[in-house]
Design a protein. Structure first.
Length: 437
């Protein structure tokens, strides 16, 4: 099968391509790039459209498995916003049955999907249910051995920690389990955000004394987006200059989202972030669409801890500062509830970033913006993606610069506009916003 894409503006930052060219994809691989019009079994006319490598999301949260079947809401949402490769198992949370999960996913893969080893899976394995408890050396050793097995059997990219979610993680547990990420990826949701960000980084980077790895700081907008971003990124650059391999990711919104029963909202959080409960918007359940009061907050914490809420607390200027930094890539942190509700980042991150920050605010060139969603995340994670090189996998996103728009709101997760075609492994899987199964 030979697919050709003619007349498009081809942007491939990896190869410094930004020109009107034509592409040929044969048997799933890119086989030709030419100024000449190409002929194939199937032709896509990309006139007035932008042709780029498929978008890469290195931080999303995979769907749950129910009745031994994976709910595919989040993967469909990824595809509809142009994502062809995604990495799950972030923030230390994910499916306990990783092998079964990946095997089930491969029966009908919508996109290329990779995983990190979520740290909480290891705690669950030994029955460590108390998130505030510190563990013994013997327990940590059992977790390490199990983690070794999971990484090897499932070809995982590394390990992720959600330190804020499991405050009981101490130095011994963090350092010893981080060794599972030796020469791989170690991603982290840090212990504290806001004014505690540098102290939390210092705790995490102590790992570097014992482990050689790529260190990924997750969703920095929700960690340092309260006025600390410039100081935080200067600190990260100092660490990079000292020899550490560090990357950061960020989503293009000024509200975070998590479960209301998580340790994020333990005593003092609201007070330390302005003391206004109405900054929290309920995204799911009986109070969906309402802003929190003390009564609603306490009711959900006690009786519906899995309810997703959004915290409208971050500063837009900090998000801009983050995206302008060379060490920061775009990632969604997309997370949906069982009923399919959640933050619009799960639906519109990549169109929102390109529309608002690149095309409208013009904080960087289009080529630089495309790099942040393709080649740069691929390089950070060592993925064979993010390029239109000859022989590369035919993962391609084709979109309209004029029509590109994030339509999702916190009330309704409407799919974005402007994503015209998506090819995964050389197969057309989305056309005009509709998935082709």
């Amino acid at each position: 099968m030979k697919i050709v894409i003619n007349n498009g503006l081809v942007i491939d930052p990896k190869n410094n391509i930004n020109d009107y060219l034509n592409l040929e994809i044969t048997d799933g691989k890119i086989s030709k790039i030419s100024k000449e019009k190409l002929v194939g079994d199937c032709e896509i006319d990309a006139k007035n459209l932008c042709v780029t490598p498929g978008f890469i999301d290195v931080h999303m949260h995979e769907d749950i498995m129910k009745d031994r079947k994976i709910q595919i809401d989040i993967f469909e949402r990824m595809l509809k916003m142009g994502v062809t490769t995604a990495v799950g198992g972030n923030c230390g949370i994910g499916p306990n049955n990783i092998g079964e999960y990946l095997k089930e996913y491969e029966k009908n893969p919508l996109i290329n999907f990779k995983m990190l080893l979520p740290h909480k899976v290891l705690r669950d394995y030994i029955g460590a249910e108390d998130r505030y408890a510190s563990l013994s050396s013997n327990e940590i050793e059992k977790m390490y051995r199990y983690g070794e097995k999971l990484i090897k059997e499932n070809n995982l990219l590394g390990i992720s920690f959600g330190i804020e979610y499991i405050p009981g993680i101490n130095r011994e547990e963090l350092i010893n389990l981080a060794k599972l990420g030796e020469n791989k990826i170690i991603a982290v949701h840090l212990r504290k955000d806001g004014d505690g960000i540098i102290e939390s980084c210092e705790e995490f980077f102590e790992i570097a004394k014992y482990v050689n790895s790529h260190f990924q700081i997750s969703h920095i907008g929700s960690m340092a987006g309260y006025g600390q971003m410039r100081k935080f990124l200067n600190y990260i650059q100092e660490k990079i200059d000292s020899g550490l391999d560090i990357g950061c990711d960020c989503y293009p919104y000024t509200a975070f989202s998590t479960h209301i029963g998580s340790a994020v909202f333990d005593d003092g959080y609201i007070e330390s972030h302005g003391g206004d409960y109405s900054k929290l918007e309920v995204l799911d359940g009986k109070y969906k669409g309402q802003r929190c009061t003390i009564a609603i907050f306490n009711d959900l914490r006690k009786n519906s801890p899995d309810t997703l809420v959004a915290g409208h607390l971050m500063v837009d200027e900090d998000i801009k500062i983050a995206f302008q930094n060379k060490n920061v890539v775009v990632a969604s942190d997309g997370l949906l509830s069982e009923s399919g509700n959640g933050h619009p980042r799960a639906v519109g991150t990549f169109p929102k970033f390109l529309r608002k920050y690149v095309l409208d605010d013009k904080i960087m060139s289009l080529s630089e913006g495309v790099a942040k969603v393709t080649s740069q995340p691929a390089d950070l994670y060592g993925l064979e993606a993010g390029t239109l090189s000859i022989g590369a996998s035919g993962d391609i996103t084709i979109f309209s610069l004029d029509e590109l728009k994030d339509n999702a709101t916190f009330e309704k997760l409407i799919s974005p506009s402007g994503i015209k075609y998506v090819l995964v492994n050389g197969k057309i899987v989305l056309k005009d916003g509709e998935i082709i199964y």
